[in-house]
Design a binder for this molecule. Structure first.
Ligand code: SF4
Length: 680
């Protein structure tokens, strides 16, 4: 029977940053079913996306051949024709306008090897640092904020110690059971099973709120005030960890001075959270072995860096760093956001976060055999502005869909249309691909080899489950073929070849080999072949010049756009359990579409009453940038706040969002925009 013919191959889930190992059961070149593998970080758990989300691989809508747009229509061409055309157009544009007129978007959905090669291509072959990826939109503020305080921008702890040893979870700005379901389940299990405490801070009544000891519904954009308020209580109650503060940190006096005015009464006014809850949360957090878990509710703000640094300050103040069951733990959205950053797919740093123009950059130049430009490149949002102004003339976009994922959609589409040349490498005819001059069909992560690095810094090996559809090729192959046609002498035979070069360039990865991670990944830093990887960061010393962590206090600053008489509601955006990001993959799956077929707006019952709206009614939501129509969903959400998921291109939440940036991390404020509502 077919069941008997199936073979099991284990690889890594293509969706979120948890990086679950999934056992795929395959017959011929077809996946039959899948389930969480007992041999991964997930220990057999999975979620709807891990279990059924692979179905996009076999979708009829997959791109199977390279396409060139001629007279407004896409025509199928051979690989040779497409690659020659891309290389010659990029060369022409570089010669005519200079390398700085070209920009590239790498992808947190692609492997480490592919991200490494993509940024190397942009830097050495094209000759610009204009390379970025979607981390700009999700965790750029994590990297800057945590680096400022701890000297390293990564998740401090491991899923295993959080599960076993955290006495308390402080979940802020993370709808964990929807966006990182296996971690959400782990938290619920710890709360129910071994009595761990749970504090949730979120304007929505997310599922975890039901399990919490305290649920603080802060106004979106007031997190710095809330966290400063908790620190004010901790200091005034004498609950700080004096020994830790004295021996392992600097800058405490300045922190104390700044948090002084954030009394619970003042913070209640700013955040809308009752002062009793702020006091209770602060005392609970300070008196337990506590782990902070956060996601984009913290990072996607004009104060994103301040939010992240404030959480790190809170952990330092109470000595909740460098120990099992503690730390500051950002949950990465995409499966390889951590890796794409580690590989230097960023405009201001090289692989391993080496700074441009330094001795380390010179060492990398020697390995690469070429000159790396020293000027910082443009970030995602800056690229789109530059495209609109005609400064960027060509873009190479690999596996990203900025036409739907980026803020202020109308402006992004204008920018993309304004380009002289756009090449998109993708699995599907995404909204961005439709605007391209050339489309290159890519293999999915279940059709190739390579590595992903999950949210807890674990580098994991992918195994090919099925052969690529049609003529689709792995991204690393495509990048190399374009590079060769532009004069590069590259001869990588497979992803392992590229990884061996990564080991020389990125010190954190030096000790990791494909052989060592064949069965289970290793966590960086892993400096040599005998090193077992690092489960917990900062146990003895912080990676700062003097080994001390640096308190970096922030004052509360209101979001870029606050509600007013004209636009009285606050819009916040996010994910659902069933869909993922711009829906490029999950909206190809019938079962998921049946569960959540379209966009909706969550609205508080009283707000709905005032507007004369009932569940399921059509609502027009309008901001200063555009308007969309969506179905009303009466929900338990903070009054005056509405929520729309961003998966649905036909009623895209990002038509409404604002592209104001955090000044330090340049992350846009996707979580706060002022809107008005009316019944359609
Ligand atoms: Fe995949 Fe994330 Fe679900 Fe795990 S939790 S199965 S990695 S989507």
């Amino acid at each position: 029977t077919r069941e008997e013919e199936t073979k099991k191959i284990t690889s890594i889930c293509p969706y979120c940053g948890v990086g679950c190992a999934i056992d795929y059961y395959v017959s011929g070149n077809e996946i039959i079913y899948a389930k969480g593998s007992p041999n991964g970080v997930n220990k057999g758990d999975d979620c709807i996306k891990g279990r059924y989300g692979w179905q996009f691989v076999h979708s009829e809508e997959r791109l199977k051949k390279p396409l060139i747009k001629r007279n407004g229509k896409f025509e199928e061409v051979t690989w040779d024709e497409a690659l020659n055309f891309v290389a010659s157009r990029l060369k022409e544009i570089k010669e005519k306008y200079g390398a700085e007129s070209i920009a590239g978007l790498s992808s947190a959905k692609c492997t480490n090897e592919e991200n490494y090669l993509f940024q190397k291509f942009m830097r050495i072959v094209v000759g610009t640092n204009n390379v970025d990826h979607c981390a700009r939109l999700c965790h750029a503020s994590t990297v800057v904020g945590l680096f400022k305080v701890f000297g390293s921008g990564a998740m401090t702890n491991s899923l295993e110690d959080l599960e076993n040893d955290a006495e308390l979870y402080f979940v802020i700005g993370s709808n964990t059971t929807h966006a990182h379901p296996v971690i959400g389940t782990m938290i619920k299990r710890s709360v129910k099973g071994r009595g761990a405490k749970l504090i949730v801070a979120d304007p929505r009544d997310i599922e975890l709120a039901e399990y919490s000891d305290i649920h603080m519904r802060q106004r979106p954009g007031t997190d710095v005030a809330l966290i400063n308020g908790m620190m004010n209580v901790i200091v005034s109650h004498g609950l700080e960890d004096r020994e830790f503060v004295e021996n392992r940190t600097e800058g405490y006096e300045k922190l104390k001075e700044i948090v002084k005015k954030y009394t619970p009464e003042y913070v209640e006014k700013l955040t809308g959270v009752p002062k009793e809850d702020i006091i209770k949360a602060a005392v609970l957090y300070a008196t337990h072995r506590s782990a902070i878990i956060y996601a984009m509710g913290i990072t996607q703000h004009t104060s994103g860096t301040g939010n992240v640094a404030s959480l790190a300050n809170l952990a330092l103040l109470t000595g909740n760093v460098g120990k099992r069951g503690t730390g500051v733990n950002p949950l990465r959205g995409q499966n390889n956001v951590q890796g794409a950053g580690d590989m230097g797919a960023l405009p201001n740093v090289l692989p391993g976060y080496a700074k441009l123009g330094t001795r380390k950059a010179r060492e990398i130049e020697k390995i690469w055999g070429g000159k790396i430009p020293e000027k910082d490149g443009l970030t995602v949002v800056e690229m789109m502005h530059a495209a609109s102004k005609g400064v960027i003339k060509a873009m190479y976009i690999m596996g990203e869909n900025p036409a739907v994922s980026d803020p202020d959609q109308k402006h992004v589409i204008q920018g993309l249309k304004n380009l002289e040349f756009l090449v998109v490498q993708d699995l599907f005819m995404s909204e961005t691909a439709q605007l391209a001059d050339v489309i290159l069909p890519a293999a999915s992560s279940l059709e190739k080899e390579g590595t992903f690095t999950n949210t807890e810094r674990r580098v994991q090996l992918l195994h090919r489950i099925v052969e690529p559809v049609g003529k689709a090729k792995p991204d690393w192959w495509i990048i190399q073929e374009i590079a060769k046609r532009m004069g590069a002498d590259w001869n990588y035979e497979n992803p392992k070849d590229i990884f061996e070069e990564i080991r020389k360039v990125v010190p954190q990865y030096s000790g990791i080999t494909y052989e060592r991670i064949e069965k289970f990944g290793l966590q960086w830093p892993c400096p040599d072949k005998n090193h077992e990887g690092t489960k917990i960061l900062h146990e003895d010393i912080f990676p700062t010049p003097n080994g001390l962590a640096r308190f970096s206090p922030y004052e509360y600053k209101p979001p870029a756009e606050e509600p007013d008489e004209e636009y009285p509601f606050v819009l916040t955006t996010g994910r659902t359990y069933e869909h993922f990001h711009t829906g490029t993959l999950t909206r190809k799956i019938d079962g998921f579409n049946e569960l959540i077929p379209e966009a909706f707006v969550e609205i508080h019952p009283e707000d709905a009453d005032n507007l004369g709206v009932e569940d399921g009614d059509c609502i027009e939501v309008e901001s200063r940038r555009g308007k969309i129509k969506v179905k009303a969903k009466i929900a338990r959400i903070k009054k005056g706040v509405v929520f729309i998921p961003f998966h649905f291109a036909e009623s895209a939440a990002n038509v409404l969002t604002i592209d104001s940036l955090d000044p330090e991390a340049k992350i846009p404020e996707l979580k706060v925009a002022a809107v008005r509502l009316k019944k359609c």
